[in-house]
Design a protein around this ligand. Structure first.
Ligand code: AMP
Ligand code: ZN
Length: 485
């Protein structure tokens, strides 16, 4: 498979360490708030990548971390509270312990992922009853469960001379890595984003870009809520060390793919790479892959501090979570998506149109159309060319092949799309038959009339009334199909 490697600055053929098997680490959520659409874009991207790898025949070994210990850095927020621990702050706000904050928001991550049909990092569907208690069985790693491993990695770096200790913290000395700035090409003293981290907090810090590996429970953090013993005193880990420790603990000292948003390139991933070299003598990760942003109309990154919408907020507006999924999967991970209600409406309509076309194929499955399967694989293989894949699907649906074969093929493609297309056909069995509900029958008749006199406003209003009765109406070339909602 070909993907865009940030370090190679080009699309490369992925050559895994182990033939036929891809090991992948996804930088995951920090759990002190309900994730927003920007975060969701990232996770839909990596879900598609995972599914595409499976479709192409790879074995996939994947983990996603959950940052459930507060960290002080933020690339979103350089406001007055910079340097405060977000998890602690939220815990104080909600009047509960930080770990309960983490558990609460892990459960919301699972709810959102489930609704978006995102598979767990271990490749399984997320069961309805999965909660924070068992996430580690599904390929998520919680930072709080890897504190010892983090300490071990810091000890390795310390032994190899990459760290220094101040009264407040253990730091990574970035000057020890000659190509520390390989991602950005910046000179060290130009590294403004990294320089914001902990600035002005510790007078003994040597270089602005040096970063915390272990923060001691002293000074500003005297009252920090989550702490662990360590060789450097009681305290808590820095953010970046989490990913180096968990990635290597689970995937081994060399793994193939590490993903994250483009915001992680200058700081988080530069630091992770530096730590890896410090602890293991090599960068550990073979390919760094980054997703572009979801932006607003002003072309600004959608973020929590700018009041980005969460999934439930979108659902409240009458959209299906899979409309969001469709919007995000239809665009390549390296292309910015400008979020707007118009864009979402476009995705909603496209998804509906696809569902209708699938419904029209009937329920009998034939055989796979190999020509299209191969072409679909080519699109995936080509740096996840999802717009190409969707165009191909349309071409296949329009082709002269039998409905049975088309159905078998589109359902096979849905292993990657994750749009629950098989439910679309089984919903037909929930199809409403005239004569069971008088009120509904009358609304349906009025809607047919409204549509034939091209009064679409009225038809839409009637659709709403029908939905309020608990039914869904879909327009197909054979007329309206009504099913239980
Ligand atoms: P965080 O919880 O802030 O560490 O973010 C989790 C993931 O969401 C990271 O991989 C970010 O890069 C990603 N992310 C945050 N905002 C956006 C956005 N507007 N567009 C795309 N990805 C984002
Ligand atoms: Zn990370």
């Amino acid at each position: 498979m070909k993907l865009y490697s940030t370090l190679d600055k080009k699309i490369v053929e992925i050559q895994p360490n182990k033939e036929g098997e891809i090991s992948m680490y996804n930088c995951g959520p920090t759990v002190y708030y309900r994730m927003h659409l920007g975060n969701i874009r990232a996770y839909v991207n990596w879900d598609i990548l995972h599914r595409a790898l499976l479709y192409l025949g790879y074995q996939v070994k994947r983990v996603m971390n959950i940052t459930d210990v507060g960290h002080m850095t933020s690339t979103d927020d350089f406001g007055d509270d910079f340097g405060t621990d977000k998890m602690d702050k939220q815990a104080e706000k909600e009047g509960i312990q930080p770990i309960d904050i983490a558990n609460k928001y892990i459960d919301t991550v699972l709810d959102d992922f489930r609704a978006l049909n995102i598979i767990a990092p271990n490749g399984k569907e997320i069961p309805n009853d999965l909660t924070h208690e068992k996430v580690s069985e599904f390929g998520w790693t919680r930072a709080t469960e890897y504190i010892n491993q983090m300490i071990e990695v810091v000890k390795r770096m310390e032994e190899r001379g990459f760290t220094y200790e101040t009264k407040q913290a253990i730091y990574f000395d970035v000057t020890k890595i000659p190509d520390y700035n390989i991602f950005t090409g910046q000179k060290l003293d130009e590294k403004k984003v990294g320089a914001r981290e902990d600035v002005g907090v510790d007078p003994d810090k040597r270089n602005p870009a040096d970063f915390v590996l272990w923060m001691k429970k002293v000074g500003k953090y005297e009252n920090h809520l989550m702490n662990w013993p360590s060789p450097w005193g009681e305290g808590f880990p820095g953010w970046h060390i989490e990913c180096s420790a968990m990635g290597t603990s689970i995937l081994g000292e060399r793994f193939d793919i590490h993903t994250g948003g483009v915001d992680h390139i200058p700081v988080h991933h530069s630091n992770e790479r530096a730590q890896n070299i410090g602890a293991f003598g090599h960068p550990v990760v073979k390919y760094w892959i980054h997703n572009e942003w979801l932006v607003n109309k002003e072309d600004e990154k959608i973020s929590k501090s700018k009041g980005a919408d969460s999934l439930p907020e979108i659902v409240k507006l009458g959209y299906d979570p899979l409309d969001i999924r469709y919007l995000f999967l239809s665009v390549n991970y390296r292309t910015k998506i400008s979020f707007s209600m118009e864009a979402l409406d476009g995705a909603k309509n496209s998804r509906k149109a696809l569902l209708n076309k699938v419904r029209e194929l009937g329920q009998e499955k034939g055989k796979l159309l190999e020509k299209y399967v191969e072409a679909f694989k080519d699109e995936l293989d080509n740096n996840l060319n999802m717009s190409g894949a969707l165009a191909l699907i349309n071409e296949m649906l329009k082709s002269e092949n039998s409905s049975e074969d088309k159905l078998a093929t589109i359902l096979d493609f849905d292993r990657v799309l994750g749009l629950n297309l098989n439910q679309a056909i089984s919903e037909d069995s929930q199809e409403y038959k005239e004569g069971q509900n008088e009120e509904l029958d009358s609304l349906l008749r009025q809607r047919i009339e409204a549509k034939s006199s091209k009064d679409y406003l009225k038809a839409d209003a009637l659709r709403k009334e029908i939905e309020e009765l608990g039914f869904k109406v879909i327009d197909t070339s054979q007329g309206q199909i009504v099913s239980k909602n």
